[in-house]
Design a protein around this ligand. Sequence first.
Ligand SMILES: C[S@@+](CC[C@H](N)C(=O)[O-])C[C@H]1O[C@@H](n2cnc3c(N)ncnc32)[C@H](O)[C@@H]1O
Length: 443
Amino acid sequence: MAHAPRPRLPVGLEPRRRAFSALVAVEGQGLGTQQALRDALDLPTPLEGPDRALVSELVYGVERCRRPLDRWIAAACARGLYQIDLEALTVLRLGAYQLAWLDRVPAFAAVDTATELARQQLPHGRIAFVHGVLRELGRRHAAGDRPTGDEWPAWIGQRLDLLANDLGLDPQAMRDAAGQPAPLYLHAVGGASEAAEAELQEAGVPFEALTVAAVPGVWRSAGGSLFATQAFATRRVIAQDAASAAVVEWLGAKAGDRVADVAAGRGVKSLCLAARGAKVTAIDVGADKLLDAKALCEQAGFPLEAVVVADASQPLDLPARSFDAVLIDAPCTALGTIRRRPEVRHRRRAADLLRLADLQRRILEQAAELCRPGGTLVFATCSFAPEEGPLTVAEFLRDHKEFERDTGDAPWIAPLLDRHGDLRTTPLHDMDAFFATRLKRKK
Ligand SMILES: C[S@@+](CC[C@H](N)C(=O)[O-])C[C@H]1O[C@@H](n2cnc3c(N)ncnc32)[C@H](O)[C@@H]1O
């Protein structure tokens, strides 16, 4: 009996060429995967439909699986990978990834399109080598050979296991979830407003309520294009992971509160605070970032009270104990955003943990000085490493008896809290992995 043919991914060269250029930009120019992918999808002309989906799948897939892919490629060729230039290696990774992971791309198409890509993108002298390795990979694949080994560097895998064990979750499920693509979340920055909801409905942007915790004003996108809506153009609704939104909502800043947003970056959290009517002072070491933060908040109609370019690990030139609330979104390894930024696993080293933990400790010490008696401080990192949160906070509370944990009275936060009362979101919540603690200054 004849079987209906399985739907196949496009075999065209254009999506592979765009994936190639994004991957070379990530590794060669140090771009983030998200930005490189956006450029590749939309330039010179926007790709549509299945081709668009294929580019995303290839770019995220190759970045995620680079370690096992490289082991497989190294075994199939006579020379060490360090002797292969980035462009040739990228063509090989793309071919190998399609062979090993995309069962909807026939093996011959994976090899043929990679060979054609090599012809277009590589100097003449390297094409024969790449073709030879692709043919060898094809033979190995036909014989049942597959890439093996962990996609996680050991130090990251260990910390994912620690996170799972600490929260009583399954370590293997945690590793699997951390390797999946992240969903898009929508955050109505002024809170759960009916106007924003109606606007999205009118624009045909489907969304659904969160299942794990009802973070105020946050929905999970269920398709459509947020970026084409008026709500997005005016920044009433932004794209922000539910964990990041939870951190800023948990601070609980009210209209009129003086809030210091320390390590404010390009101002996504400043915008959320200003939209609630808080008077926000955005502080960051990056002057260019603060210019973006200022522009973002002005564009949305919620101007910042002040911007301060400063190294927050040093004493700050701001009145001590003068802010009702302090948010510290500390610089960190960004391990917790690894689903969106798969390149983080290749760029970071275990040694970064200690260096950044030390910086976080010093920023917390200085920024805490800004919080008034009775005021609230939230210290957050987008990391699941114990060094970048739990250990820092334990030490801070040991040395600063004037602060105590205060989880606040918002009922929605409860499902996201660990046994100490700290926020610990994870990919198993289908969120970025954030750590945050909420403290109150007693005197
Ligand atoms: C996690 S990002 C902040 C993201 C931002 N809060 C947002 O929601 O858009 C960390 C920020 O810390 C800043 N930073 C790094 N070292 C710093 C320091 N010593 N003092 C102040 N800011 C610092 C970086 O420039 C970066 O913008």
